[in-house]
Design a protein around this ligand. Sequence first.
Ligand code: CP
Length: 359
Amino acid sequence: MKNKTKSLPDFKKLTWEEFYKKPLDKKLNSFTENGHLFDSLFSQQFNRKLLDHLFTLATRIRTIAKNKEGLDWLQTLLSHKRAMLYFIQPSTRTFLSFQSACYILGMNVSEIRSTSTSSELKGESPEDTVRTFSSYTDLIVMRHFEEGFAEKTAWLLNRTKRPIPVINGGSGKDQHPTQALLDLYTLNWAFNDKGGIDNKKIVMAGDLKRGRTVRSLTYLLRNYKNVEFVFVAPDYLRMSDDIKQFLKRHKTKFSETDNLIKSIKDVDAIYMTRIQDEYDINNESKDIDYSKFHLTKDSLKLMRKNTIILHPLPRRAEIDPAVDDDPRAMYWRQERNGMWIRTALIAHIFGVDNSIMKR
Ligand code: CP
């Protein structure tokens, strides 16, 4: 990567407040370098060509990493780079899969998982904290409770003399773009011999109002033709208006219901989610009967033989563990796919994807 600051004169003139208010499509270029993805913050940054490339790359990495010789070779590619994993919201699989992705490419990894162990406890601002990471590392992967903070980090660092890429590993209730990448990679794999993702009908069920994964996945699915959505949620947790407006603008068919049993009978994929009660303001989740949004062994009898079941995990009771052994349950494969697609994303950002594809 070349020095990025020279190519962003307009970007540098704006205050953060001015920049944040700009429509997304007017500022996405600010997170690229000569048209190449630099910061990975939003699902809207990915077009079909880039998605197809990342899927091919992820599968290639997975094949190369199968034996010691291949993995040793992959580990030479970015052995001169260091990554910072700044995860101050809880995470198991996003954190571990990014850590593993860095190891696969030979990167050294540092981590902060709580502000109680950083100098933020001494009063350092979050902005100074992330700027400090760029003094020592070459990549920041972050999960933050504040919507927009990953974007602010990228905005801030891109104005400095040492801009480094920022990857959003989950930003409050807003987005989780790399989760959407692994969801889509899994859908693409599952529908490989069924005409791909085009023309598929997808149920998204659960807490759609506060689930960042369903938001990011809906944005990404815009890259495919005639995808139809069925949003299944308790009344209080229905999909938010901005996403429904987005689908209307793009003439994408969707319907809404609170009846899971009826909705799963004739669809291609069911994407389950847990109730996100960490975002409750007054314990409002307690009053919601979420049991109607659970998938059980009995539900399997109502589904088609080729309908696949996805879940970003972690789960609670919304998928009975008895469902795990059914061949339609894809969520453990989906989880592992996160490691491969995140490795592909980092390889792409650092421009080592061509070497991988040529090997
Ligand atoms: N799907 C997901 O983001 O899981 P974690 O919270 O465990 O990272």
